[in-house]
Design a protein around this ligand. Structure first.
Ligand code: UN1
Length: 489
């Protein structure tokens, strides 16, 4: 049932450059990237930086920091708006590069690029908001106020699953609030990263404010975290790497913000609009090929409607168009890399070995390229690794529950706490869920995925450091507050 991928001609992203101190430079070594829908096809090289490149990037960021911090916020806002215009002007090239990088369906890639421009514009507007507060002092001769200042040099480490949106929702506030940056994107997103750095450079970013280091994270992490002047680190990716980063800076005063994944539940109560719930759960679980930390991976359905919901869900999942990500009709592209496909295949094999019942899809399909079949399973033990660990692929596990109490208990029985959803028309039950679900993001009658840039994003438990990103939370993270007692004599 796997799609055949036609020969096509797409732009070959080069990505074989680092951007340090306002100059593009080559690295001594290069890594190779592959088209995940046909992994035998190279899509170009990425520069594999060495530790010395990282040191140069930090030196440039340190040198650029004072002048950039002193640049008035409205001028920084103007620059973000110009970057949004540059990105919009290159939207199609950016979408094609994103899809070539990691196989996202081209329609979703275009939407992500539009979202990237919207994120830049949102943070430009944030820069025109108040930067402090005024208080009454106990001393009548004293004016008491606060104002925000940049932190200094920030390290931004981004994943491959949203090669445009996640970097921009970290870079726009980091730079916008007056910090300078060393940015290390995931290897598979290097082509998109080069394009984004070009966009920011074309918008007029002064040399050294943004420094792009591509390469192998494992080789560079000591240099990335070891820089003496590092003030903040923001990371989205795996829990293992996040913990390592946190430990690496634990004995220094470095602000840390981590987004580490999810195992997001959806609860479907008997009074829900079942057809709509099936559509939302399908979208949440399967779009982006399940490679979102906000993806739905567990669904808990009240017993009286369990069979009907499973039928509706199977119908929706069966309708998904899986195929060549460059094809306009495709909804679900391949997994992002051969490595990711191998990891997901292991979970499918495990579910099969444990005797899971297949409701939709196929646990045994052998895929060409990095494709996996969107699959829904049931009859899986709650302590199975398939239920406890983040699969990051199109695999959804269905459970039947007695009532909301039962569902909440099971949904919260996880190490993660990013996003959750409930489907019901009962306001009281929805409100109880909103209070008791142990996640940072909560959806009522909506899929668990999808985020808006102007509100805080993040989770609890193993999903996040407790700081948030996006919205006003980004301002809190990327600035420090100065409290001023001003007395006239
Ligand atoms: C979304 O749900 O559209 O890495 C974004 C991730 C999340 C972003 C999800 N940090 O998947």
């Amino acid at each position: 049932m796997m799609p055949a991928v036609e020969t096509r001609s797409t732009p070959v992203p080069q990505g074989d450059t680092l951007f340090v101190a306002g100059e593009w430079r080559a690295a001594a070594r290069a890594g190779e990237r592959f088209d995940p829908s046909r992994p035998e096809r190279s899509t170009g090289l990425f520069a594999a930086a060495a530790a010395a490149d990282v040191e140069d990037a930090y030196a440039a960021a340190v040198a650029a920091a004072p002048a950039w911090a002193a640049t008035p916020a409205p001028a920084r806002a103007e620059l973000l708006r110009r970057a949004a215009d540059c990105l919009a002007a290159r939207a199609e090239a950016a979408a094609l590069r994103l899809t070539a990088d990691m196989g996202k369906a081209i329609g979703d890639a275009r939407a992500e690029v539009r979202r990237g421009a919207a994120i830049l514009r949102y943070f430009a507007g944030e820069l025109e908001q108040p930067i402090g507060e005024t208080y009454a002092s106990a001393d009548p001769a004293t004016a008491l106020s606060t104002f925000e200042q940049p932190l200094g040099v920030a390290c931004v480490i981004t994943p491959w699953n949203f090669p445009v949106a996640i970097p921009l929702w970290k870079l726009a506030p980091a730079i916008g609030f007056g910090n300078t940056v060393v940015w290390k994107p995931a290897e598979a997103a290097s082509g998109s990263a080069v394009l984004l750095a070009e966009v920011l450079a074309d918008a007029g970013l002064p040399a050294g404010v943004l420094n792009l280091i591509t390469g192998h994270g494992s080789e560079l992490s000591a240099a990335l975290t070891g820089a003496e002047r590092l003030a903040a680190i923001t990371f989205t990716g795996s829990g293992t790497v996040g913990t390592r980063l946190r430990q690496a800076v634990a004995d220094r005063n470095v602000k840390v913000q981590l987004e580490l994944g999810g195992k997001n539940p959806a609860i479907v109560l008997a009074d829900a609009d079942l057809a709509d719930a099936a559509l939302q759960v399908t979208r949440g679980a399967m779009l982006a090929t399940g490679q979102r930390c906000t993806a739905t991976s567990r669904v808990y359905v009240e017993r009286p409607v369990a069979d009907e919901f499973a039928r509706l869900l199977a119908d929706q999942v069966g309708r998904l168009v899986v195929g060549d990500p460059f094809d306009e009709a495709t909804q679900v592209g391949p997994l992002a890399s051969a490595e990711q496909a191998a990891t997901v295949a292991e979970y499918f094999a495990l579910a099969r070995a444990e005797g899971a019942r297949v409701i939709a899809g196929d646990l045994a399909a052998t895929a060409e390229g990095c494709f996996a079949v969107p699959t829904v399973i049931a009859d899986v033990a709650p302590d199975s690794r398939v239920v406890r660990e983040e699969v990051f692929g199109p695999l959804l596990v269905l459970f039947v529950v007695d009532d909301l109490e039962d569902a909440l208990g099971a949904a919260n029985e996880t190490d993660f706490g990013l996003s959750s959803a409930i489907f019901t028309r009962d306001l009281g039950k929805a409100m109880r869920f909103v209070r008791e679900t142990q996640t940072g993001l909560v959806h009522v009658n909506r899929e668990t995925a999808g985020v808006e840039p102007h509100v805080p994003f993040g989770g609890v438990k193993g999903s996040s450091s407790l700081s948030r990103e996006q919205g006003k939370a980004a301002r809190q993270f990327f600035t420090t507050t100065k409290t001023v007692y001003l007395r006239s004599t």
